[in-house]
Write a protein of this length. Sequence first.
Length: 107
Amino acid sequence: MSRQNLVTSAADPLERGQFTDGHSRFNVRASSAQAPDSFQVYANSNHADLVLIVSGLISGNLHATWGQGWRTFAPEWKIWLEDTAFTVFYNGTQINQRPGKVRFCEG
């Protein structure tokens, strides 16, 4: 599965960038242009298809809310999406895939 960066839209100041998991394209959008307290990730250029909302950026009390239909995805994929969305939010682009494998334990 190829994960790559896509071109950032400069037309909307709230748009921070895009990335893909090889199946869907994800846009990262800030809540405001100045000191945003949250960001949203939506799929395939459809603002109504919210994948993830991360709030509490200013307070440091981070909270992730997964969109309907995305909550049931594998924990490893969700961790990858959160990490990639944070990177795109802060840097505008996705950094290369993280090294190694991620393990998730439910117990």
